[in-house]
Design a binder for this molecule. Sequence first.
Ligand code: SAH
Ligand code: SF4
Length: 351
Amino acid sequence: MSGAPRFIFDLDFAQIAEWVASIGEPSFRAAQIWQGLYKHFYRAPEDFSTLPRPLRLRLAEEFRFSRLAPSKTLESTDGETLKTLFALEPPNSIEAVLMRYRERRTICISSQAGCAMGCVFCATGQMGFRRNLTSGEIVEQVIYYARMLASSSEKLSNIVIMGMGEPLHNYEATMSAIDRLNDPQSLNFGARRFTISTVGLVPQIRRFTSEKRQVNLAVSLHSVDDDQRSALLPINRKYPLEALRSACVDYVEATHRRITFEWALIDGVNDSPFHAKKLAWFLEPFLKEHAALCHVNVIPLNPTQKYAGKASSRQKAYQFKAALEEQRVPCTVRVRRGIDIQAGCGQLATG
Ligand code: SAH
Ligand code: SF4
């Protein structure tokens, strides 16, 4: 084979098997390569000790084993949040975050370098769109942390695709990364332990629904007033609230799975008990007789450079939650974490 080396994490098992066959190696070599990558987290061809040397050399010739170079790591003062800056091919880079909370090890990974959606309070939106990540670049973020955790006998518990970028704007790569990690022969990471967060791309939510995936869905709502939501999240002009709600209702009806709605609380903007009441009315179709097929995650706004809005006080946040719960809407107020290292929601950005 000729041409530039391919990135090994961009390939699924069938493609690895095809390559193995193409060079005349027995088919069980594909499983050995796959396990080396996804079970042992080998970094380089020479680590594959079960493979004969010529095959290791061939792997080295034809594939790249890493495209993410961790270039900076920041640890928050709470000692529980770790942010990593990964250099991609110049000039791009991305960030990802590991959060340790009790027994849980959650990583928040990126799907794009930058973001095209331009939400005004989001640092990623403020930097603009650079490029989509490949499926392998999404996968490698996970492998990086899985390897790190394995070295201290810890295990990954959840993966949220809520870092830089809009995952449904990079649909194919995001889903194929999930499929690859989900595979029992690889990380065997259950679909239900993934969460995808979207700004509300309606056609992609509909596609996601039709694929009946078990992955959790979160939708960034922040406002139930079209004018206000369009001012905060410009994509709302294209997919206004009614279209978004209808796609979400259809998702819930088709899958019987609940949706998490994200709500960044901005002081004096969307944080009054009246706003909570309007949100509860908006969510009415999700409140079934026996269960609420929605959950609201309230996150006091994290500061970013180019947005002047401030976070609501904790007291306001709890009043908002109480007003929602009065209307039977379940709600959690998220603890802000990693703010000192700009690792909070909406704070990820690179130069
Ligand atoms: N693009 C996806 C996922 C990445 S953003 C999305 O928008 O859903 C992850 C979450 O952080 C979203 O809910 C987003 O609305 C929220 N967010 C963005 N900027 C924020 C900020 N400054 N403070 C708190 N949350 C923010
Ligand atoms: Fe993109 Fe999400 Fe940030 Fe909006 S909030 S700019 S969709 S990353």
